[in-house]
Design a protein around this ligand. Structure first.
Ligand code: C2E
Ligand code: MG
Ligand code: MG
Length: 605
């Protein structure tokens, strides 16, 4: 082979060795390997600019430096000794110089040095000199190597950036579709999943269900112990639901603690699918009701579940989820069944409810509420006080019983607004009453307080503020609470009542006998009066068991130093019987119905 052919062949082989490889290390390894053979080199080396993480770079910053990248042969012994001696220095010195190639003679051999653009150095180590022709054939090959290195570094950076971007996009997508705390889907995503599930159900002729699960007592954990514990419990509930359902079940959470489940691909046969969903629901209820053991203590929750079946695409995802929630709400309200299937009448009732709530709001604005007063008497027919009872003078329906709208107002914060109205109006009326000549034994006006009001942090200061505003003696106001305050934050309520008692406002327990009271509970509540519920008083003279109950209540009250008053007294015989049993205060139609404030002023006793 003549020299020219030989040179072309070397050039060709070296260029081929660079090849199309995109991985920098592999590419340089192949090149060094072949360069060693073609150029009869004892060793060959590449030095490349690298950053602090040893990643090759070609756009330099202050922190980057020229570092050894690869040698061939890659025998550790010789090369490492050489490198540690002076090869690194040699490469660096050459890199700093203006030359693009050069030959450096040292005792260890001849070093042919070439710059790889502005980012590296390639060194061939030989025992003897290369022919001039071969030397001059090398720059195009080095150029090709340089360009391929740049392409490879670029490619790597690009890949890195693409992956980074993908990761960020994935993160954004995850955040947009998941709940931070539990990692479950959020509202938007569950709607999307359900839309797809509805389509699949139709094409595959299957059945699906949407379950809405709401946790009871959860708010108490949050309020009384703190959000950090509430969060832990929520995560555990999410895990338990996941474990108790099929992997294909879509689980989402929204509105804080409402879980939505999509269970699809169930048999089209209604009976069969109902049996399956019944089992799933039972399992979920069971798993949620197991106590949660945390380092902060053991907590118990219960849940209510509403569900809606879908077999076709007549209703959209949003409506199906809404219906399941309505059924859940109905189950919660009735508190009879833990799980209820959606029925269209539930929506009608809910709409009535919403309309009614709006009307209450409007009534507060329009000043349509009034306070009426029902006088209370002792056994000598002295008026000893009166209970303020709310009256709504509805523009079309007329007066309506608070027993209807108070429970509705209690479901929202409207009860707080109503409570504030009652408190202020009662204090105002007490002031006006005191400007008249009061019956000799008249002690106070009592107002009804709902559990939600009592649980408010500013309740006590509100009462004290109002008494001070109207400059009435605190003892002229009594508050009536029911046993249902047991359900809220009992400790805070008791503290509040004690503060009020110290201030001079006393407390009565209303509707006594219908709740959960025990003697232990009664002893802790700073109340001075027990109001015996009407249900025990009615026909007491004819009903031996009611008589026995009332007798027991009276004994109980005496044992904890409380007074008693009987509610709903309608007949003279009831009065005599109550007196016989030791109850000397009464409230009821027999004495007087609730009357307007003006009529109370005229009441002569
Ligand atoms: P309550 O506090 O136990 O009030 C006594 C209820 O029994 C009143 O019904 C009263 O009109 C009725 N009543 C009194 N004597 C008799 C009687 O001899 N026979 C019969 N059949 N009923 C009698 P009302 O005014 O309809 O109030 C019902 C409930 O609504 C109240 O029961 C109370 O729990 C609640 N309520 C009334 N006003 C307010 C208020 O301002 N705030 C709050 N939170 N609840 C209130
Ligand atoms: Mg009352
Ligand atoms: Mg009552």
């Amino acid at each position: 082979m003549n020299t020219a052919m030989n040179i072309m062949s070397i050039q060709h082989q070296l260029v081929l060795a660079i090849g199309e490889e995109t991985d920098l290390k592999k590419m340089i390894y192949q090149f060094l390997h072949l360069a060693g053979q073609c150029l009869n080199a004892t060793n060959s080396h590449v030095f490349i600019m690298q950053d602090q993480q040893n990643t090759p770079v070609y756009q330099l910053t202050e922190e980057d430096s020229l570092q050894h990248f690869l040698s061939f042969p890659s025998r550790r012994d010789g090369i490492n000794t050489l490198l540690s001696q002076n090869l690194e220095q040699l490469a660096n010195q050459f890199f700093e110089s203006d030359a693009t190639s050069g030959i450096i003679e040292q005792s260890s051999g001849l070093y042919y040095v070439f710059k790889l653009g502005h980012f590296g150095v390639f060194i061939i180590e030989r025992k003897s000199a290369l022919s001039r022709e071969i030397q001059s054939s090398l720059p195009p090959v080095i150029n090709k190597l340089t360009n391929s290195c740049i392409a490879s570094i670029n490619y790597r950076t690009m890949l890195f950036e693409i992956n980074m971007r993908k990761e960020v996009e994935e993160q954004i997508r995850y955040q947009a579709t998941h709940d931070d705390l539990t990692g479950l889907y959020n509202r938007m995503e569950v709607q999307r999943c359900l839309t797809k599930a509805i389509e699949d159900t139709v094409t595959e002729k299957k059945t699906g269900y949407v379950l809405s699960i709401n946790l009871m007592n959860f708010k108490n954990i949050n309020d009384a112990i703190g959000y950090h514990v509430g969060d832990k419990v929520l995560r555990q509930v999410a895990d338990r639901i996941k474990k108790s359902t099929d992997k294909k079940t879509t689980i989402a959470i929204f509105n804080g603690h409402e879980f939505i489940l999509i269970i699809d691909h169930l048999p089209a046969n209604k009976m069969k699918s109902q049996l399956i969903i019944g089992d799933i629901i039972a399992e979920i209820i069971h798993t949620i009701e197991r106590p949660f053991e945390l380092s902060e203590g053991s907590f118990s929750l219960s849940c209510f579940i509403g569900y809606e079946r879908f077999t076709d695409n007549k209703k959209n995802a949003q409506d199906i989820i809404k219906n399941a929630s309505i059924a859940m709400y109905e189950a919660f309200k009735k508190s009879k069944d833990k799980a209820l299937a959606y029925k269209s009448i539930m929506s009608e009732q809910l709409n009535d409810h919403i309309r009614y709530t709006k009307e209450i709001k409007q009534a507060l604005i329009n000043n349509d509420f009034e306070l009426h007063y029902q006088p209370q008497f002792d056994h000598l027919y002295n008026m000893v006080g009166a209970e303020a009872l709310l009256r709504w003078n509805h523009p079309t329906r007329g007066y309506e019983s608070p027993a209807v709208y108070i429970p509705i107002a209690e479901e929202s914060d409207l009860i707080i607004d109503i409570g504030n109205y009652v408190l202020e109006q009662a204090c105002r009326d007490i002031k006006r009453l005191r400007q008249r000549t009061l019956p000799a034994f008249f002690q106070q006006i009592s107002i009804n307080i709902s559990a939600k009001q009592l649980a408010k942090r500013d309740f006590v200061s509100n009462v004290i503020g109002m008494v001070n505003k109207y400059q009435i003696p605190p003892s002229s106001l009594k508050i009536e609470i029911t046993e249902s305050i047991m359900m809220g934050n009992l400790e805070r309520s008791i503290d509040g009542l004690n503060t009020l008692l110290k201030f001079g406002v006393t407390c009565a327990i209303d509707d006594f006998g219908t709740g959960y009271s025990s003697l232990a509970y009664l002893k802790r509540i700073p109340a001075s009066l027990l109001k015996i519920d009407r249900s025990f008083v009615t026909d007491i003279h004819l009903d031996q068991s009611n008589k026995a109950i009332i007798s027991m209540i009276i004994q109980l009250a005496k044992s904890v130093n409380m007074e008693v008053i009987a509610e709903g007294v309608e007949q003279e015989q009831e009065v005599s019987c109550l007196i016989e049993l030791g109850c000397y205060q009464f409230q009821g139609y027999y004495f007087s119905r609730p009357i307007t404030f003006n009529d109370l002023l005229k009441f002569k006793h």
